[in-house]
Design a protein around this ligand. Structure first.
Ligand code: UD1
Length: 428
């Protein structure tokens, strides 16, 4: 890409990666046909489809009506295989939530330890805790996990710390468990609510109380498997992709409009963007959100940000914010509280001229006001990779980002989207 030009134009936000993956897993539980509209056409949804197929299901894909993404028809009437192939499980962290779905469906599952981005240690103890509380027996041998349940039984589950994936896994297993499950300290991300909505429409009985965001409590009354039925549902738009494009707008400057934006899921992010000098105007109902970026000299840093579970500032936007902070005036301290190794782009940004220092493993200090220069850089993980693209758009000269396979795990067409926003960018 040739950076240093402001962005201008309109782009439609794709369906959410982190919402679609648990919905695909949920389809495995439902002994019927379901249609997921507006799924993002990314590597991870492809892997998840293959896992459905290897369990005995079938997946048909067609271009979605919105023009961004695919509609997936998942037929899980004949699921009969509890052994998940290591090839796809190892490639993707989210495969671990197939455990809850397959335990609910077949009472048994064999998986390998899941893969995913190298952003630090990613244990699965909370997943196993939730499933064991529901009566699953779990054996681990090397990297192989075998879980079995004669019958899943509802339970009171208090998570010692918040995990999105463990909450999803537990919900999936609890849907058909006998009796009632209460999950406390559940993750409150919009992707959790979207999973509960989908399952309820398919016949499950999950109560998401009005004060869910404050209390983090879910109540799931077990429903017999035979009462779950097919449903058609649209995947919610991707708040992280929307946030990525907003930080790109701030860093490169200009004026952009995002369509199909989940504005209500971005309150904390929009607040930071406004405090940095961006002018936002949006309409929650239509999902149209316009950003007018300030002139480079008027873009200013907020002093301190900590990543937090929802509704706090998302760890998945930390790298993108970091890039905008490099070119803004003033300094920003970022504390990463969710993952242990999420400053992997700092060296690449330094090579582009950014002034930043790692104060400790979890704290980075960015001294803004840098004029970034184009370089050849390498993506090492999904969100950091997207942030390097933003850096390239903000930098003078040519930037090449390689290993974009990481970015394709979560962004359907980042190059096409930025080209639509007027950037000089192409695939090599
Ligand atoms: C999900 C998102 C990911 C996002 C993350 C945090 C998907 C597909 N991925 O990942 O994009 O960055 O939420 O918002 O939705 N932990 C444990 N034990 C466990 C599970 C997690 O200690 O069994 C820890 C993790 O190491 C991490 C923290 O809990 O420090 C939060 O992780 P979690 O919410 O589980 O993230 P994921 O579900 O993997």
């Amino acid at each position: 890409m040739e950076g240093g030009r402001p962005l201008e134009g309109t782009v439609r936000i794709q369906g959410s990666k982190n919402a679609s993956l648990p919905l695909i897993a949920a389809c495995l539980l439902i002994p019927d046909k379901c249609v997921l509209e507006d799924c993002p056409d990314i590597t991870d949804t492809g892997y998840m489809s293959r896992l459905i197929t290897s369990a005995g299901g079938s997946v048909r894909r067609r271009g979605s009506l919105s023009g961004t993404g695919v509609d997936m028809e998942i037929d899980a009437r004949h699921i009969n295989e509890s052994r998940m192939p290591a090839k796809y499980v190892g490639a993707m962290r989210s495969s671990v939530i197939l455990m809850g779905a397959l335990l609910g469906r077949l009472g048994e599952v064999y998986v390998d330890y899941p893969g995913g981005c190298v952003i630090g240690e990613r244990p699965i103890d909370l997943h196993l805790y939730g499933l064991e509380r529901l009566g699953a027996q779990i054996w681990i041998e090397g990297s192989h996990i075998h879980a079995y349940a004669d019958e899943l039984v509802g339970a009171e589950i208090q998570f010692p710390s918040v995990s999105v994936g463990a909450t999803q896994n537990t919900i999936l297993a609890a849907v058909t468990a006998r009796g009632t499950t209460v999950i406390r300290n559940a993750a409150r991300e919009p992707e959790i609510t979207a999973l509960c909505d989908f399952l309820n429409r398919a016949g499950a009985d999950i109560t998401v109380p009005d004060d869910f965001i404050q209390q983090g409590k879910l109540i799931i009354k077990g429903t017999p498997l035979s009462r779950l039925h097919g449903v058609t549902c649209s995947v919610i738009p991707d708040r992280i992709v929307a946030g990525t494009y907003l930080f790109a707008g701030l860093a490169a400057g200009g004026s952009i409009v995002l369509e199909n934006t989940p504005i209500g899921h971005l309150a904390g992010v929009c607040d930071i963007i406004t405090r940095m000098g961006g002018v936002l105007s949006g309409d929650e109902e239509s999902g149209r959100l316009a950003l007018l970026a300030p002139e480079r000299g008027a873009l200013k840093n907020v002093p301190y940000i900590e990543t937090m579970a929802y509704p706090g500032f998302p760890t998945d936007l930390q790298s993108q914010l970091m890039v905008a902070a490099c070119v803004a005036q003033g300094s920003l301290t970022i504390k990463e509280t969710i993952f242990s190794s999420r400053f992997k782009i700092s060296e690449e940004l330094q090579r582009m001229g950014a002034k930043l220092a790692l104060q400790s493993e979890d704290t980075a200090v960015i001294t803004g006001g840098s004029a970034l220069e184009g370089r050849n850089v390498i993506a090492k993980e999904l969100r950091g990779g997207a942030a390097l693209v933003i850096a390239g758009l903000a930098a003078e000269g040519i930037t090449t980002v390689s290993d974009i396979c990481y970015i394709k795990r979560g962004y359907q067409d980042i190059v096409g989207d930025f080209a639509q926003l007027g950037a000089k960018i192409s695939y090599d």
